[in-house]
Design a binder for this molecule. Structure first.
Ligand SMILES: Nc1ncnc2c1ncn2[C@@H]1O[C@H](COP(=O)(O)OP(=O)(O)OP(=O)(O)O)[C@@H](O)[C@H]1O
Length: 255
């Protein structure tokens, strides 16, 4: 079943056409990578899907429902979570509270419950803390979860950000360069984590420059160049596609 469908997506910044007719779809629990040289429009596409940017044209649907005009919070509520290329944890908050912030999305408590500290409030806060611990265990966080998030080593912060996204209970997770800045061992762990997330039934769209990871983990790869889609296929076909090779050899990125 198709979960996410992007049709003829267009986005411009002034005179610059950052995305020009992008089309691809993602099935339930499928892993699709979006690759392309720097500035190709990958993160902009994520920003359109999550409602941070308003496209100039085209359609984005989740389970057949249009996301057009919805605010980022409404889109998150429909089951799309993301992580950012530049980490966006609340640095002063504890790691645990960062992940609790993700879990808060599905809590059933009103402002009155919170103000009056009703039993329902206490119960749902406990559930929220349990969920945060569960997701921190799931991502394999080794660092101090009670300490400030900014004190975690970089690779651990990436993991914590993924835990926060998972705490939102998404059907679709958008990961923007999850392996950036990771060492060899951490990349192998990231690959394993992505597969374990998929095994939960969650679909993943991955923006990633590490071609080893992309080719290993993806079921399909979509290739962008200057905002245009130049290929969409299985990793083994993408690897041999002349247009893809040309796009990478013509740039200074990690071919
Ligand atoms: N807020 C913005 N205002 C103006 N131009 C933007 C904005 N965001 C992105 N762009 C431009 O849109 C184009 C696509 O950028 P985008 O960040 O989506 O590329 P990318 O493929 O994610 O690149 P990278 O691999 O470097 O992250 C680039 O030319 C970029 O400069």
């Amino acid at each position: 079943m198709t979960l996410l469908r992007i049709e003829d997506l267009r986005l411009s910044f002034g005179g610059l056409l950052a995305i020009d007719g992008l089309c691809f779809s993602v099935g339930q629990a499928e892993i699709v990578s979006v690759i392309g040289p720097n500035g190709a429009g990958k993160t902009s596409a994520f920003n359109c899907v999550t409602g941070f940017y308003r496209p100039a044209g085209g359609q984005i649907t989740l389970r057949g429902k249009s996301l057009s005009g919805l605010r980022p919070s409404a889109i998150a509520g429909l089951g799309i979570a993301r992580t950012f290329q530049n980490l966006r944890l609340f640095g002063e908050l504890s790691v645990l509270d960062n992940v609790r912030a993700g879990a808060h999305l599905w809590l059933r408590q009103s402002i009155f419950d919170a103000l009056l500290h009703t039993p329902r409030y206490g119960r749902s806060e406990r559930e929220c803390t349990q969920a945060a611990h569960h997701w921190l265990d799931f991502v394999g966080l080794r660092g101090d979860r009670y300490g400030a998030a900014r004190n975690l080593p970089y690779g651990e912060q990436r993991r914590a950000e993924i835990a926060r996204a998972l705490a939102r209970r998404p059907d679709l997770l958008l990961l923007d360069e999850p392996a950036a800045g990771l060492n060899h061992g951490e990349k192998a762990e990231m690959l394993d984590l992505i597969r374990r997330i998929q095994a939960l039934g969650i679909a993943i769209v991955l923006i990633e420059h590490d071609m080893g990871l992309v080719m290993e983990v993806s079921e399909r790869v979509v290739v962008l160049n200057f905002g245009r889609e130049i290929a969409d296929g299985r990793p083994e076909d993408i690897r041999r596609d002349p247009a893809v090779i040309e796009a990478y050899l013509g740039s200074d990125t990690h071919a």
